[in-house]
Design a protein around this ligand. Sequence first.
Ligand code: ZN
Ligand code: ZN
Length: 299
Amino acid sequence: MAGTFRPPTLKDALRAIGDTSTLPATLKRAFSPGDDFELISTPRPGDWLAEHFEPGQSYEDFVRSGVVKPDRYRNRIYLQPLGDFAEATSPYLAKLKAFTSSYFMMDTKILPHLPLNNSILTSRINPYTGKRQVLTLDVLSLLAKNKPGDASCVLAITMEDLYPDPSWNFVFGQASPGEKVGIFSFARYDPGFYSAKRPSGQPAIMLKRSCKVLAHETGHMFSLAHCIYFKCVMNGSNHLRESDARPIFLCPVCLRKLHFAIGFDVVNRYEKLLNFFRKTDCFEDEAQWVERRLKSIPA
Ligand SMILES: [Zn+2]
Ligand SMILES: [Zn+2]
């Protein structure tokens, strides 16, 4: 219900991280917020938490929920491009792949493009935008049917607009967490979709938005629920301003969950992300943040 969200206190957030006293020093620091994370604040009208009630998922709740971890047979993330990715207006797939593999510390592969001009996928022209939209449920069943044997999860990404049901106007994406498949559209992250002018740095902005969406949605694939503790990539988002304001990083609660699910070296993960951010336009602030964070975690 609107207006009922009470922002957490630091005590609430620390409780959600859980007891770290028996962990090695590196993990203890990595799961401690220090000065690097801000608590989530009171949502403004129209923001996600003003419109959606979310109880929160602590680290303990997450562990108790029975997480399906990648194992030695299913340990790869697959990205499935659907339709065209025009160079001037779409994120670079090689960059998305590099980001995903550093973020999740898992081998990531891009599957061959799936064309849209086939009869398997239902599409329609949206009467309001006049643009083609693809039915998500068709894509999800196709992904589940063709899922590679070593896939931990498969995420279809597309510049096409999507709809989940004929009665809906559109949807940004949809996942089938049980099957560990999902489809996400970047179409509405491009000002050109609304016939607005693209700013000069648009390819870099598009890449950053797409990386955030991938981090968030792949996080859901590993059973991470929305975060209501810190400003975090796992915060829910209702509109573009809210998505843009969301950091690309996982807060200590969510990092601890992902670490439990995947079991990576936290320092090595930050180093890989730093390497990606340094080599990629538009991620200067993120690179600085990781540098600062790494200094506070003893290796
Ligand atoms: Zn979400
Ligand atoms: Zn979080």
